[in-house]
Design a protein. Structure first.
Ligand code: C2E
Ligand code: MG
Ligand code: MG
Length: 732
């Protein structure tokens, strides 16, 4: 063979001035053929090569040792735009290599073909530019092979193909890949791909940096290497299941170790990757670092369920403990005792020795209380000098009396605080499950009542609850009777409390607050009559009235030309559970003509907690109406967060008990900060309730809470006064 393998097997045969195919094949002739046979065979061979060259889609030409064109095929002429006689006998370099692709001159001395020809080597150039006769150019890939005659190097044969299409496709692919890569790299999330062994095949920088690594270091790691040991099973099972089913996973939360040894909490979402044949080859996904959000949640959880001074469970957690104790008592047919405990002279200690001494005394009391109780009992601080001790699995009254006596004795020992010896004592009221009531609130109220009885009896003693003592039951009955007529007798009114954008000072909303002006009882506080209305079911018609009245008023302000503000209406749990809630809301909107997005319903955390399935549906239907939803008194309910993601609401209202002490109590400040952070990470609006001082307002604004409601800005106002306020604030 004369040439090594090439894209085509060729002979410098056709359209040539020299050498002819006969020349090239002459050394075969020395062998066996006779002269005639040889001539005939050569003619046949020449025909074959001519056909081959003429029909080749690839451009082919030959050059001699000086780069002069010795033959050229039609494809080459077609691609370059020359006639055959314009190429044959001419320097090919001058015809097709005017410049480099970037326009610089391309001297003959640089020519690859020339070099390889001179050195007798084949050459392959992946991508270069050829010029046409008309001055245009196009990208080519070419091969050049040296030609020998009788062992002497006589030139080269060059083959090239037009690769414009390929270049365009490559360019488009590169551009789209660059676009996606830039998007992936700039994402704030971790974007990754893994193979079926779980090894990372791609990670954006953000993902690796999330764990403190460079991308290369990260990709070199073993699958699952950084997963927290306790999460490894979850990680493996999840991955194996995904591989087995070729299904992705969603919201899988895993801890992964950061380079600095800490763990980040990462939420993972993936989708399967398939090759062209439809076989699963791995997964790709987007993960998010949710550590801060989780920490904020945990911190709020703790702060919201514990008393900051003593670290004891607060009432919210106590309620939960009670539920456990009740279940145990039911099982063992025993009792739960709730001891409501109030220190007898605490106010005096606080007033004369100061708050620091008061705090010390409280800590001392906790210490002594825990000595009198067992591990399964719960001691909880209710605030101030009030404690509740919950005694589980009490077999009889005598046991309870025994413990109460012990507590009285323990607390009446003198104690030294701030260098002074103090005599302390307490009064205890006791209510018993199931004898005095079934539920936490009833027992709480009854033990409280009993505690006052103990005080009346001269302090430093305990009393059990006695039905005759229950004056509240009496009042309850009274209120309930009057409430029945209040709607018909039109004794209800609404006040409106402005909600302000702290930054601009503008009124952005109003909370409608129910007022009851009873001819017999005078003005009754909502906190007194609303619980009664709830218990008796009267809150449903009253709540409907509030809804219509509030919408009408808001629409009246719009029609009077005031800029739109949101009207917030409180919704009680009982209203929420009613099947006709949606109709009632829709009815109020229809009657008033108020656009739905200007009505906000304030739900309580407890509404969202119970019977989650149905409630979720109600929330969805309310949202479908277009009204806004907020969570009132946020932070006080139990387990405030798990549902936040499920129940789509627009705003959180920070409970005023937290706002009250934000500038003095670091724990409350931390809670508020965490709530704001949580709202931000869930992209919820946030409004602070009960803002009473400039300092509180400044703190809130500093922390990023932009909306506030409270006495500092305005108390709840009758409609007419609210209108004046609105005019002044919003410059109508
Ligand atoms: P809420 O929804 O948290 O309403 C805010 C309460 O905080 C109002 O008490 C308001 O007067 C009071 N407030 C506002 N600013 C401040 C402040 O700066 N400092 C302090 N300490 N308090 C402030 P209000 O009007 O007595 O209402 C008490 C509760 O009664 C409401 O709490 C709400 O849960 C309920 N309520 C009121 N109206 C309705 C109603 O129409 N339907 C239902 N279901 N509940 C209602
Ligand atoms: Mg409210
Ligand atoms: Mg509130």
């Amino acid at each position: 063979m004369i040439w090594q393998s090439a894209p085509s097997l060729l002979s410098p045969a056709v359209h040539s001035i020299a050498p002819s195919p006969a020349d090239i094949h002459s050394h075969y002739a020395d062998l066996v053929m006779s002269h005639q046979q040889m001539v005939a065979s050569l003619r046949e061979s020449e025909e074959r090569f001519r056909l081959l060259l003429d029909s080749s889609p690839e451009a082919i030409f030959g050059v001699d040792a000086n780069g002069i064109c010795t033959f050229v095929n039609p494809a080459c002429l077609r691609m370059l735009g020359y006639e055959m006689d314009e190429m044959l006998g001419k320097s090919v370099h001058a015809l097709i290599h005017h410049t480099y692709p970037d326009g610089r001159p391309y001297p003959k001395e640089h020519c690859h073909v020339r070099h390889s020809t001179l050195q007798g080597r084949p050459t392959h150039v992946d991508s270069e530019v050829h010029w046409r006769k008309d001055g245009s150019s196009f990208p080519v890939e070419y091969w050049s092979h040296p030609m020998y005659r009788n062992g002497e190097l006589v030139g080269a044969v060059v083959t090239f193909i037009d690769i414009s299409e390929r270049k365009r496709a490559e360019e488009a692919l590169r551009a789209s890949e660059a676009r996606y890569r830039a998007m992936a790299e700039q994402s704030a999330d971790w974007i990754w791909a893994v193979d079926l062994q779980g090894r990372h095949t791609y990670s954006n920088q953000r993902g690796a940096a999330m764990l403190g690594y460079a991308v290369d270091e990260f990709l070199a790691m073993e699958a699952g290497e950084l997963v927290h040991p306790d999460d490894l099973t979850l990680y493996r099972e999840n991955f194996q299941k995904a591989v087995a089913t070729a299904h992705a996973w969603q919201n899988v939360v895993l801890r992964r170790r950061h380079r600095d040894g800490s763990y980040r909490i990462i939420e993972s979402n993936a989708s399967p990757l398939f090759d062209e044949a439809g076989r699963l080859i791995g997964f790709q996904g987007v993960d998010r670092d949710i550590t801060e959000r989780k920490q904020a949640e945990e911190r709020i959880q703790f702060l919201a369920h514990h008393d900051s001074l003593t670290g004891l469970p607060n009432r919210i957690l106590l309620r939960d403990r009670f539920e456990h104790a009740r279940a145990l008592a039911d099982e063992s047919k025993t009792h739960v005792a709730m001891l409501f405990l109030d220190l007898d002279n605490f106010k005096m200690v606080n007033d004369t020795l100061g708050h620091a001494a008061g705090d010390q005394l409280l800590l001392n009391v906790v210490e002594r209380l825990s000595r009198c109780t067992r591990g399964i009992d719960t001691i909880s601080r209710q605030g101030g000098d009030e404690f509740i001790v919950l005694l589980g699995e009490m077999p009889d009254l005598g046991t309870i009396e025994g413990i109460a006596d012990e507590i009285l004795a323990g607390l009446s020992e003198p104690v030294e605080i701030g260098g002074r010896c103090l005599n302390t004592s307490c009064s205890i009221g006791i209510a018993i499950y199931p004898d005095d009531g079934d539920d936490f609130d009833t027992l709480l109220q009854k033990s409280d009542t009993a505690m006052y009885d103990a005080k009346d009896a001269g302090r430093n003693t305990y009393r059990f609850f006695d039905v005759a003592m229950n004056q509240q039951a009496h009042e309850h009955l009274l209120l309930q009777n009057r409430l029945h007529q209040a709607l018909v007798r039109e004794e209800f009114l609404l006040d409106f409390q402005p909600q302000i954008d702290i930054g601009t000072g503008r009124v952005i909303g109003a909370e409608a607050l129910l007022r009851w002006n009873s001819p017999e009882l005078g003005e009754v506080e909502p906190d007194r009559f609303i619980p009664v209305a709830e218990e008796s079911g009267l809150i449903v018609p009253i709540g409907s009235w509030v809804m219509v009245e509030a919408c009408m008023q808001a629409q009246a302000w719009r029609e009077a030309g005031f800029a739109d503000i949101t009207i917030s209406v409180n919704l009680s749990a009982m209203q929420f559970r009613r099947p006709n809630l949606i109709e009632s809301v829709a009815g109020a909107l229809n009657r008033s003509g108020l656009p739905p997005h200007l009505l906000e319903l304030e739900l309580t955390e407890s509404i969202l907690l119970e019977d989650a399935g149905n409630n979720l549906d109600t929330v969805r239907r309310l949202r479908a109406l277009g009204v806004r939803l907020s969570i009132d008194d946020f932070g006080t309910g139990y387990s405030s967060f798990s549902y936040l993601k499920r129940f789509v609401v627009d705003r959180l209202k920070i409970d005023r008990s937290f706002v009250r002490d934000i500038t003095t109590d670091p724990d409350d400040a931390a809670i508020v900060r965490a709530i704001i952070q949580l709202a931000r990470s869930l992209r919820l609006g946030i409004v602070a309730e009960g803002v009473e001082t400039r300092e509180q307002l400044a703190f809130l604004l500093d922390e990023g809470c932009e909306e506030a409601q409270g006495y500092l800005l305005s108390p709840p106002l009758p409609a007419a006064e609210f209108e004046t306020y609105l005019r002044k604030r919003n410059n109508k």
